[in-house]
Ligand binder design. Structure first.
Ligand SMILES: O=C(CO)[C@H](O)[C@H](O)COP(=O)(O)O
Length: 226
């Protein structure tokens, strides 16, 4: 296993220690969330009663393979604990998410959760948000106009592609990856982006994370709360 994967595994498995019987869990998306989901599966197989909602079709599939009871959102009033990865996190627990393209569902689940544990390896813990391109989910209708609005705002957007085709989210939308290098005013930018017609959501998660678990290549973890 690569060193970064060891760190992700350590963080994902540590997060599962915060799960208590009877909880409703939000399952994140990505290669770090993968390890948390695998651990949740092991807890279920060991007899712990819990249920979960997933932030992507990919995570839902994995969860079902692991025997985790997935419930529909119509059955959920509140989610006790959301466990998810991030592309960047700063010391104020502000995040950039959406590298895997699941930011909209991830934000809906984070907003509905009493607690959000963010799991990362140390490379994601940054002084300033912005080196990682900020994903912005937009609707396909007239996407070129939304794209031009973002150019006018100096966001340097790039339409995300995969295998030579436009990447389409689980919600049928597109993603523009926006290049800032250093985001000086995350709250202002969040508002500015979401005010653009055609923008569905952006990857800044500013108020959701309550705990940060950073994994290291030697298998150790640092768990920080706010
Ligand atoms: O926001 C996400 C998906 O939309 C992921 O949490 C983020 O991209 C981190 O992924 P990974 O754990 O694979 O590095």
């Amino acid at each position: 296993m690569q060193q970064q994967d060891l760190a992700k595994k350590a963080a994902g498995e540590k997060a599962a220690e915060y799960i208590k019987p009877g909880m409703t869990i939000g399952l994140g998306t990505g290669s770090t969330a993968y390890y948390a989901i695998m651990r949740v599966g092991a807890l279920v197989r060991d007899g712990m009663p819990l249920r979960a909602v997933a932030t992507s079709e990919q995570s839902e599939l994995l969860a079902k393979e692991q025997g985790i009871p997935i419930i529909s959102f119509s059955e959920v009033d509140k989610i006790d604990l959301d466990i998810d990865g991030a592309d960047e996190v700063d010391e104020h627990f502000r995040l950039i998410k959406g590298g895997g393209g699941a930011l909209l569902r991830e934000k809906i689940v984070a907003a509905a959760s009493s607690e959000m544990i963010v799991i990362t390896d140390e490379s994601k813990y940054v002084k300033h948000l912005g080196r990682f391109p900020l994903p912005v989910e937009i609707i396909p209708f007239a996407w070129e106009l939304t794209f031009k609005r973002l150019i006018a705002l100096d966001a340097a957007p790039v339409l995300r592609t995969r295998d030579g085709r436009t990447f389409v989210t689980d919600n049928g939308n597109y993603i523009l990856d926006c290049h800032y290098e250093k985001i000086k005013d995350p709250a202002g930018l969040h508002q500015q982006l979401n005010d653009i017609p055609g923008v569905v959501e952006n990857g800044l998660f500013l108020h959701y994370a309550s705990r940060l678990i950073i994994g290291y290549a030697d298998g150790s973890v640092k768990s920080l709360s706010r």
